[in-house]
Design a protein around this ligand. Sequence first.
Ligand SMILES: [Cu+2]
Length: 535
Amino acid sequence: MTEEFLHLTRREFLQKSGMFVAGMAASQVGPLRTGVTARPMLDVNSLAKFVDPLPFPAILKPSGTRPSPDAPASQIPYYRLTMRAIESKVHRDVKPTRLWGFGESSPGPTFETRNGKPLLVEWANELPAAHFLPIDHTVHGAEADKPNVRAVTHLHGAKAPAKSDGYPEDWWIPGKSALYYYPNHQDAAMLWYHDHALGITRLNMYAGLFGSFVIRDGFEDGLNLPRGKYEIPLTLYDRSFDRDGQLYYPVSPDPEAPWVPEVFGDAILVNGKLFPYLEVEPRKYRFRVLNAANGRFFHLALSNGQEFHQIGTDLGLLPAPVPLKALLIAPGERADLIVDFSGHGGEQIVVTNDAFTVMQFRVAKTGSPDTSSFPASLRPVARIAESEAVQNRVLTLGEKDDKAANPMMMLLNNAHWSMPVTENPALDSVEIWNFLNFTDDSHPIHLHLVRFQILDRRGFEPYYYYTQGKVKYIGPAVPPAPNEAGWKDTVQAHPGMVTRIIARFEGYPGRYVWHCHILEHEDNEMMRPYDVVGP
Ligand SMILES: [Cu+2]
């Protein structure tokens, strides 16, 4: 085991955080400052690989029924799910890790429901009275007068009423709960639930507060895709552990302001395990991939160079399968994949993230007959016409630095969270949003409530925009890659580019949010409220 210390200035963090840089915890970087306590870190590469089977979150059972808020005469499923401190074995040879989970696990149990089948969830906070990760009281919403432990659950990808959306200021404290209503009037897709408390989301998520929520529908059923034990959730995220197997969350050199702009761990977990293996049959499998990391983009491939297909994006099926040799997936995004192991009987195939080892598939020599289908066409995705848009919003993604060029916060449209709402689409109207990225990072931008389509990305001149207040493009507009050309709720906005999306703001009027899904950015002002304005 090597001693590793994660003490970087904020600028050093940013420099090391390019999305294709494979992690940063391999060496001691930067001077150690007095007052900063270093902990001996776990060297994950010293651990035996592929000794733990891939675990699967349990499917959550309802606790009963309750009257529907929309139709009180009818009863709908009622679930109660508690957030609490748990211990979990992330690897055979690592001591149990203290985590916060939903129910008994992290990731928490999976909801299974269908389009148009509403349900109620009572999200109960039974967390301890003290937080175990470093809160920064200089971050907005996390001031010293706020309770350290507080949580609010957002169902990412849900078309849900505003009062059930998990507004970041609507948190509740230990001993309290909130009853949320999910109508589920939306296409089959894999959503995910996670904490969204203002100013500490990065810490609550790092602690383990997230899980999956699957919506199915008749259209998807009719495709006869691999299902049951041949449909596998893969929730990916990175962490750092100390030698005692406990989570390590890095801090800045300033004890009064421990926030760091990005976090990358050298340990990649899949469904809560390090280097797990999965025994598969030589046939087709469907993998529901979720990037639940705080800030890491995953660039996934198979060690045998095998091609696979993406069949769905964040919010549903693509028009047709897209062949891929590698998948780039940003925090918050989901990818629905088909991997065909037929012809690979007896092989051991490793899932890689560039130089990192993620997990292993052990393909059996024989299996039961594969009766699932691999349709050449999946689900039509009707393009929203640009001519339908009644608003074309220009929105900047920026970074505010201190005198030493260390980032102090990230801003959307140069506005703080607390400033008046500026994005206020009318209910059912179509808008185009242009994200102008002035930073050196790719930002996964997520809109609550709506599904959208990516129009294109195009290089622009930042200096011209600063001086003239107008967009000057350089280079041609690049359409979305085929595996992005479906329904999205999170889009990768790349540096130096204008990323354009188009959305119909349908569903419900009320206050929602849009934000960067790099959680350190989101927590430090890269989030804004927006209003869907009813008639
Ligand atoms: Cu960001």
